[in-house]
Design a protein around this ligand. Structure first.
Ligand SMILES: Cc1cc2nc3c(=O)[nH]c(=O)nc-3n(C[C@H](O)[C@H](O)[C@H](O)COP(=O)(O)O)c2cc1C
Length: 366
C-alpha cells in the first residue's frame, strides 16, 4: 500500500521525507525571548515525531512584538544563541527538518499567557504599548494600540529581515511569515481591523501594501533554495471580514513577491470569534488557494486522524498537512500514522526496536 501522506515532497530546495508538518505552537516559556530547557525538551521530542518538518513557534522580531512575556524572540544576539543551542541539539538527536515562524503580534501583544487568563496584561504585570494598523483594541478591555506610522513600518520590516538572517545563521530549513490570527500583518489585511484612510487602508491592494513589503524585503535576503512561506487567514469567520476569495487574491500577491508556499489557517481577528469545529475546516479554502493561486499549499485545523490526513494529500486538496494539538497529545503521531497507513517513517536507531516488528506477533495472533 503506498501512502500519499508519506510520499516525499520538494519545496524550493528543501527535500521533505513526507507531507506531515508540526504546526507552530507558542510555548510561552522563554526568558526575554530566549529559548531554554523547555524548548530543548519540546523541540527535541517533536524532532522524533515522524513529521518531516517541525515549525518553531511564533518567534517575534522585536521585543514589543511579543504576545506574552514568555514568547520567543529573535531580536537580540542572546535570543539567537539560545535558539541555536536548542536547534543544534534537536537536529543532532532527531530526524525532522526545522522551520521557524517569524512574527509581530501587533494589537494582540502585551497579553497574559493562556494559563494566566489570555487577556491583556494588567498594570501590575509590566504591560507595554502596542501598535496596529488602526487604533482599535482587539476586544473589550484590551489595550488600545497606537496607529502604526511609516517609521514603524520601516523598523518592523527591517526587524523581519534581521530575524530572517538570524534564522538562516541558526540553520533553519524553512522560514514562515506569520500573517494570520489577528497579529500585525493580518491586522493590516483585514477590513475589520484596518480602518486607515491612507495608502495602507481601504482597498485590498492598499491593505496588502505593508505585509507585501515585508515579504519582498525578507525574500531579498533568503536564498532561493530556502523555502519562504506565509501563514495567512483563509477566513475571518465574520461578516465583512476576509473570506476565501481574499485568501486566493492574497496568495497570488504573495506568490508574485516570491513566496514559495502558503499555509491556510483562519480566525483570530477580534476577540470572541470562534472557528468552526468540524474536522479539516480550513481544507476547502486551502484547496481553492492551491488550484486558483497555483502555489504549494499546506493547511491546518482539526486534522487529527491518519486516514483524514492521507485523503487530503491523496485527493490533492493540499500538498502538506500541518497539525498542532494532536502532536502534543501523541508526540509519535507520525510513527503511529505510518503504522496505520502501512508506510515507512524515519526513527532514530536507538528506537528501532519499537518499530512495526513489535506489533507483528500480535497482528499474527489476531
Ligand atoms: C499551544 C498552541 C500554541 C499555538 N501557537 C501558534 C503559533 O505560535 N503560531 C501559529 O501560527 N499558530 C499557533 N497555534 C495554532 C496552531 O498552529 C494550529 O493552527 C491550531 O491549533 C489548529 O490546528 P490543530 O487543530 O491541529 O491544533 C497554536 C496552537 C496551540 C494549541
Amino acid at each position: 500500500m503506498s501512502s500519499a501522506l508519506f510520499s516525499p515532497y520538494k519545496l524550493a530546495g528543501l527535500k521533505l521525507a513526507n507531507r506531515i508538518v508540526v504546526s507552530p505552537m507558542c510555548q510561552y516559556s522563554a526568558d526575554d525571548g530566549c529559548a531554554n530547557d523547555w524548548h530543548l525538551m519540546h523541540l527535541g521530542m517533536l524532532a522524533n515525531s515522524g513529521a518531516a518538518l517541525v515549525i518553531v513557534e511564533a518567534t517575534h522580531v522585536e521585543r514589543y512584538g511579543r504576545i506574552t512575556h514568555g514568547c520567543l524572540g529573535l531580536y537580540s544576539d542572546d535570543n539567537e544563541a539560545a535558539l541555536a543551542r536548542v536547534i543544534a541539539s534537536a537536529r543532532r538527536t532527531g530526524t525532522a527538518k526545522f522551520g521557524i515562524q517569524i512574527a509581530h503580534a501587533g494589537r494582540k501583544a502585551s497579553a497574559q499567557k493562556p494559563w494566566e487568563g489570555a487577556g491583556p496584561l494588567t498594570p501590575d504585570a509590566d504591560p507595554w504599548p502596542t501598535m496596529a494598523a488602526s487604533p482599535i483594541p482587539f476586544g473589550e478591555n484590551w489595550h488600545t494600540p497606537r496607529e502604526v506610522t511609516e517609521a514603524d513600518m520601516e523598523r518592523v520590516r527591517h526587524a523581519f529581515v534581521t530575524a530572517a538572517q538570524r534564522s538562516l545563521r541558526i540553520g533553519f530549513d524553512e522560514i514562515e511569515l506569520h500573517m494570520a490570527h489577528g497579529y500585525l500583518a493580518h491586522g493590516f489585511m483585514s477590513p475589520i481591523s484596518n480602518k486607515r484612510t491612507d495608502q495602507y487602508g481601504g482597498s485590498l491592494e492598499n491593505r496588502l501594501r505593508f505585509p507585501l513589503s515585508i515579504a519582498r524585503a525578507v525574500r531579498k535576503v533568503v536564498p532561493k533554495g530556502v523555502p519562504l512561506g506565509a501563514r495567512i487567514t483563509g477566513s475571518d469567520w465574520r461578516e465583512g471580514g476576509l473570506a476565501p476569495d481574499d485568501a486566493v487574491a492574497i496568495s497570488k500577491a504573495l506568490k508574485a513577491e516570491g513566496i514559495d508556499f502558503i499555509c491556510i489557517s483562519s480566525g483570530g481577528v477580534t476577540a470572541g470569534i470562534h472557528n468552526p469545529t468540524e474536522p479539516g475546516y480550513n481544507v476547502p479554502i486551502a484547496t481553492r488557494v492551491r488550484k486558483e493561486a497555483g502555489i504549494p499549499t499546506r493547511t491546518v485545523g482539526l486534522i487529527v486522524k491518519p486516514q483524514q490526513a492521507e485523503e487530503i494529500v491523496a485527493k490533492g486538496e493540499a500538498d502538506m498537512v500541518s497539525m498542532a494539538r494532536c502532536f502534543l497529545d501523541d508526540p509519535h503521531w507520525g510513527w503511529h500514522a505510518a503504522k496505520a497507513l502501512g508506510a515507512e517513517v524515519a526513527r532514530p536507531p536507538q528506537y528501532q526496536r519499537a518499530g512495526p516488528k513489535l506489533w507483528a506477533p500480535a497482528a499474527a495472533k489476531a
